[in-house]
Ligand binder design. Structure first.
Ligand SMILES: *Cc1c(COP(=O)(O)O)cnc(C)c1O
Length: 347
């Protein structure tokens, strides 16, 4: 049985065009700065974010962690949303590697308000832990792929700028945000000191992310990447796929968003499941599994197991909630198969 894989947009396989580009890529030793394909990708990625320079990194996590380490001195705090990827899914890297402690700020939909940042902020020079960097996520993964418009980001950036607090954007899915908001990605990245985005999520590349920022920041990031063991040699074979993803991926995301809305509408009509339709803005949907008779809480893992038996791969976000993610390897018939399967599970 071939599964409809809704676990993540990381599961996409490289397309024929990507594989061709990989096979034909011009390469050199990137540690000597001699890989022309990597250089092109870095230029194109920086331009897409409206930044001066970019660095190809093996993963989004490495890009985020390099940025946090460079922006925030050891012993300072990372101000971030309480459900941020850097906090929940990066294996404690900021503490373990960079001597940073998180300052989680609760939020309704993944973006803290300026009053939350103001009450979390601590200036340097006192006896409390100083703030080292403000980190935001757009789209926000665990909040359900929420996309935050410029008008909501601006006051946060103004607050940080007024206090010379550096800012980093985890834009793993910034092109999904741009698509949902009808704004260029560079507009959403504007004003951040650094932005990381993934080629390997919805854009469809097999490997890689880009960390973007000012020239001197990226020069330091290059050194830090090497410290982490992330400097690579003839890596143009991967950058070539990334270039195809960056060129062709963004325009395909609106179909993924449409597919997520279709799935969400189906979920909304099923007994035993609950979803806030208005929260489904991009390619991620999160729904609750209602407790069965005599159960104290919904059992997301049981729903996920039932889905698997029906040919659908999903992930349990926590004990009672399930996350589905659409991506470019799923066409409309696959989504319809998933909907039919969900109806069978409910029945
Ligand atoms: C996937 C993801 C990352 C990290 O990406 P990897 O390439 O898996 O390291 C960072 N932030 C967010 C919001 C993500 O969804």
């Amino acid at each position: 049985m071939s599964f409809v894989d809704l676990r993540s947009d990381t599961v996409t396989r490289p397309t024929a065009e990507m594989r061709r580009a990989m096979a034909e890529a011009e390469v050199g030793d990137d540690v000597y700065g001699e890989d022309p394909t990597v250089r092109l990708l870095e230029e194109e990625g920086a331009a897409a974010m409206g930044k001066a320079a970019a660095l190809f990194v093996p993963s989004g996590i490495m890009g985020n962690q390099i940025a946090l380490a460079l922006h925030a001195p050891r012993g300072s705090e990372v101000l971030c949303d309480a459900r941020a990827h850097i906090l929940l899914y990066e294996v404690g890297a900021m503490a373990a590697i960079s001597g940073l402690q998180p300052h989680p700020m609760p939020s309704r939909d993944g973006l803290p308000g300026v009053e939350d940042v103001a009450s979390a902020y601590v200036a340097r020079g006192g006896y409390r832990v100083p703030s080292g960097v403000l980190e935001l996520e757009n789209t926000h993964n665990v909040a359900g792929g929420r996309a935050f418009a410029r008008s909501r980001i601006e006051p946060l950036l103004d607050f940080a700028r007024d206090r010379a607090l550096p800012t980093h954007l985890d834009g793993a899915r910034i092109f999904n945000a741009a698509t949902a908001l009808g704004a260029p990605a560079s507009e959403l990245a504007r004003g951040f000191d650094s932005v990381m985005f993934c080629l390997s999520k919805g854009l469809g590349a097999p490997v890689g992310s880009l960390l973007c920022g000012a020239e001197d920041f990226i020069a330091e990031a290059r050194e830090r990447r090497r410290m982490l063991g992330g400097a690579m040699r003839q890596v143009g074979v991967l950058a070539a796929a990334g270039r195809v993803a960056l060129r062709s991926g963004p325009s395909l995301l609106s179909a993924d968003h449409e597919h997520a809305r279709l799935l969400a509408s189906a979920v909304a009509e099923l007994p035993g499941l609950e979803i806030d339709l208005a929260s489904v803005e991009t390619n991620i949907l999160i729904f609750g599994v209602r407790p069965g008779p005599g159960e104290a809480a919904g059992q997301a893992s049981r729903w996920v197991a039932a889905a698997r038996a029906e040919g659908i791969l999903a992930s349990a976000l926590d004990a009672s909630r399930v996350r589905l993610v659409t991506h470019r390897d799923l066409d409309r018939p696959a989504i319809e198969r998933a909907i039919a399967a969900m109806r069978r599970i409910a029945a």
